[in-house]
Design a protein around this ligand. Sequence first.
Ligand SMILES: *Cc1c(COP(=O)(O)O)cnc(C)c1O
Length: 352
Amino acid sequence: MNIKITKVTDSRIDELDSSNLQFGKQYSDHMLICDFENGAWQDPTIVPYGNISMSPATTFIHYGQSLFEGIKAYKRKDGQVSIFRPKDNWERFNVSARRMAMAEVPEELFMEGMRQLIELDKEWVPDSEGSSLYIRPFMFGTDAFIGVKPADTFRFMIITSPAGAYYSKPTRIYVQNKYVRAFPGGIGFTKAAGNYGACMLPTLETRKLGYDQILWTDGFTHKNVQEIGTMNVFFVFGNTVVTPDLSEGTILAGVTRDSVIKLLKEKGIAVEERPIGIDEIEENYRNGLLKEAFGAGTAAVIAPISELFYNGDTMMLPPIETWEISNFIKKELADIRYGQIPDTHSWMYKVC
Ligand SMILES: *Cc1c(COP(=O)(O)O)cnc(C)c1O
């Protein structure tokens, strides 16, 4: 694969205030672009970050053939830059692409394109504690045609943005029993843009009620929990960790979720992937067995839940300081990412 690189003449790195990184506010010097035309991926290019132009009839603007991924690169104390489990994101990208009738992206384009982009912009990977370079691969249908049909042409791009340590204050959760995020047979298991668009209004309404995030429930009974906001959700009942299973296709198979499950099992902690009803959560709460609850995802890593509001009742979680399992996971993941402990799973993909 031949990537044509056009470098910036003046880097914007001096404008970066690494002591005050705000998520998604600044983008690194370069971006990757590759077009799918005439049934084949063309040669990718890496060019200075900037605007793109397109026909107002472009498919994805009207019909939503658009999807993305979220990945992070970390800089170790010795300067080495590595990306956390990017091949899993590549696989998931193509799971999303198949469901959205879009072209699949070859492994080399995704992985080597990303690697070269990050290598070129390695100065943009922050090295302060807890910081990272957020990597956003995405793809959209680009036919200049307003008729309703799957696009024949697509654009794949990668942009990156330095991200500071994500301090997630304990979140107040509202259990949603009006709106639905995902149904069996739908696109809940994909990172399609439309999933996010559909969640904006429910999230806004939830914030107005004074809560931070929604705990989504199934659309048939509003009893079985799915995810919180755009994170996978975990509960600790006694000594057992439980998280909803993926079999219905309503839940995004998070890379963080998978890492949490693997690390806990290796530590000898019982983990169950199965349907979890809100009634079971309430019962465990009443019996004093609801010990911890948290969201898991690339952006926040672990987002502890301080309270759950359901049907007029509030369940208060014990003080975060007493939580052993989520604190263990948080530290273990950070230690692997910053090279403090051996990477026994080969999760870190070296950039340079
Ligand atoms: C991205 C995402 C997650 C988390 O996945 P990670 O791979 O851990 O970042 C969870 N739920 C939804 C709906 C998502 O879009």
